[in-house]
Design a protein around this ligand. Structure first.
Ligand SMILES: O=C(O)c1cc(C(=O)O)c2c(n1)C(=O)C(=O)c1cc(C(=O)O)[nH]c1-2
Length: 232
């Protein structure tokens, strides 16, 4: 018989952390980006495609809130919408992402009309949003835990952009300057929720499966971007 005993919090946390092994920091496209191996069109393709992921994040987070019956969770989670959407049209993470696009030579119009967005990126991102809309809210919170692994990657990316891609205007780097601290705080909050609310073995297994799914979402996005780059 399989063991249905719940994991202790340290065991469960370690099992979640172990998913860092399938995180997208080791994807060949990210490794090439970080060592300075991308051409200008390849970096622009990555930025335009990541826009599609970024733009859906507030609606993904709104789905978590819509499905969550716990007021104190909603009160804290709504901050994620505010962080990406900003308090005004010229503020927030998504505006900072558009500034990155412009700093890399893309027009705002060609990012917003999504002409560069690849089918695989669209498919993977849509799957994540759909997951958040249709699965229990705590599973969507668990899926967000890839962010536990993101702060170091984003700090390295900032260094890579400054070191290897000097043609990107420094004014466009704000997203990655401010995001690691937010990701640290958000992922710590999400980890606390997952360990608090996933107390049965079944709930813990579902959370682990959600995090594995999200690693696949991110990996698939980069597969699509890398494939398009190879095809020229
Ligand atoms: O640049 C990155 O490598 C990276 C990774 C991730 C992630 O691991 O999910 C996010 C972000 N950035 C990010 O900027 C972001 O706002 C974000 C939100 C989420 C999420 O699942 O709710 N992940 C991420």
């Amino acid at each position: 018989m399989t063991d249905r005993t719940p994991r202790t919090v340290p065991e469960f946390t370690a099992a979640l952390q172990a998913h860092s092994e399938s995180y997208w920091d080791t994807h060949p496209f990210h490794q090439r980006l970080h060592r300075g191996g991308l051409s200008e069109p390849e970096l622009r393709s990555w930025i335009a495609n990541r826009w599609y992921y970024q733009k859906w994040l507030p609606q993904k987070d709104a789905a978590v809130i819509a499905n969550c019956p716990v007021p104190e969770v909603r009160r804290r989670w709504v901050q994620r919408l505010a962080d990406q959407d900003g308090a005004a049209p010229d503020q927030g993470g998504n505006v900072d992402w558009l500034a990155l696009a412009e700093a890399a030579g893309l027009s705002r119009a060609e990012v917003l009309d999504e002409r560069h967005v690849l089918p695989g990126v669209r498919f993977a991102t849509d799957a994540y949003v759909n997951f958040a809309r249709t699965r229990p809210w705590i599973e969507a919170v668990a899926a967000s835990l890839t962010e536990l692994f993101s702060p170091d990657l984003m700090r390295d990316r900032l260094t890579a952009l400054r070191t290897h891609y000097g043609w990107v205007e420094p004014a466009g780097l704000r997203y990655f300057e401010q995001r690691p601290a937010v990701a640290d705080a958000d992922s710590a909050h999400a980890l606390g929720l997952v360990t608090e609310y996933c107390t049965s073995r079944e709930q813990q297994d579902a959370a682990l499966a959600a995090l594995a799914f999200k690693c696949d979402v991110l990996w698939s996005m980069l597969d699509a971007i890398e494939h398009a780059a190879a095809a020229g």
